[in-house]
Design a protein around this ligand. Structure first.
Ligand SMILES: CC(C)(COP(=O)(O)OP(=O)(O)OC[C@H]1O[C@@H](n2cnc3c(N)ncnc32)[C@H](O)[C@@H]1OP(=O)(O)O)[C@@H](O)C(=O)NCCC(=O)NCCS
Length: 176
C-alpha cells in the first residue's frame, strides 16, 4: 500500500516544491512554468519512496461557469507517477486522496486529461464533458475548441448536463 502524504502548498518547503517540479519535468516533456504554477495553491498528494518523490497530484480551486452558475470546482492538476514506478497503485492512492478533497469541499471535480490519462480517470468514474468548452478571457467568453473531448468531471453536489457549455475562469498559460 502506497503512503500518500497530503499538504497545502503553504506547507511544502522549497526542496519539496523543487522535487515536485523535477518529477513533472521528468514525466511531461512539455512542462512549462505556467503548468507548474497551475498546480499550486491547493492540496497536494505526494508519494515518496524514501527520499525520492515517486508521484504527485494536486487539486486547486477554480470557478467553472455552467448554465448561469459559477461552480466551486476542485480542479485536478499535475497527476504524475515516475516512469518505472507505475502500476504499483500510486496513481490510485493519490486520486483516492484528491477525490476525497473534491467530494468534501467542492461542487464538482474537473480536469483536462492527457490521452494517456483519460482511461485512468474514466475507470475511476470521471465523466467526459461532451459539450463545448470555453474560457472567460479578459476579452469575454471565447471557445476553447482544442480542449473539447479532453475534459472530465466528477459530479458531486450539483446536477450537470454534460452536453451543455462549460466555461473556465481565466489564467495565464493553458486555460484548461
Ligand atoms: C496515469 C498515471 C498517473 C497512473 O499512475 P499509476 O501509479 O501507474 O496507476 P495505478 O498503478 O494506481 O493504476 C491504477 C489502475 O489504472 C490503470 N492504469 C494506469 N495507467 C493507465 C492508463 N494510462 N490508461 C488506462 N489505465 C491505466 C492500471 O492498469 C490500474 O488498473 P487496475 O486497478 O485494474 O490494475 C501514470 O500512468 C502516469 O503518470 N502517466 C503519465 C502522466 C499522465 O499522463 N498523467 C495524467 C495527466 S492528465
Amino acid at each position: 500500500m502506497a503512503e500518500v502524504r497530503t499538504a497545502h502548498t503553504a506547507d511544502l518547503d522549497a526542496a519539496t516544491l523543487a522535487a515536485v517540479r523535477a518529477l513533472l519535468d521528468n514525466v511531461f516533456d512539455d512542462m512549462t512554468d505556467h503548468d507548474f504554477e497551475h498546480a499550486l495553491g491547493g492540496v497536494h498528494a505526494l508519494v515518496w519512496e524514501g527520499a525520492e518523490l515517486a508521484g504527485h497530484a494536486s487539486v486547486i480551486q477554480r470557478r467553472l461557469l455552467n448554465r448561469g452558475r459559477a461552480l466551486r470546482t476542485g480542479y485536478v492538476e499535475a497527476v504524475a507517477v515516475r516512469a518505472g514506478r507505475r502500476g504499483r497503485g500510486y496513481g490510485t492512492a493519490m486520486m483516492d486522496t484528491i477525490e476525497r478533497v473534491v467530494r468534501g469541499a467542492y461542487d464538482l471535480g474537473a480536469l483536462g486529461a492527457t490521452g494517456e490519462g483519460a482511461a485512468f480517470y474514466a475507470a475511476r468514474g470521471w465523466q467526459l464533458w461532451r459539450g463545448p468548452s470555453a474560457a472567460l478571457t479578459p476579452a469575454g467568453v471565447r471557445r476553447t475548441e482544442d480542449d473539447d473531448g479532453c475534459l472530465y468531471v466528477l459530479p458531486v453536489a450539483v446536477p450537470l448536463d454534460l452536453s451543455s457549455e462549460l466555461t473556465c475562469d481565466w489564467r495565464d498559460g493553458d486555460l484548461w
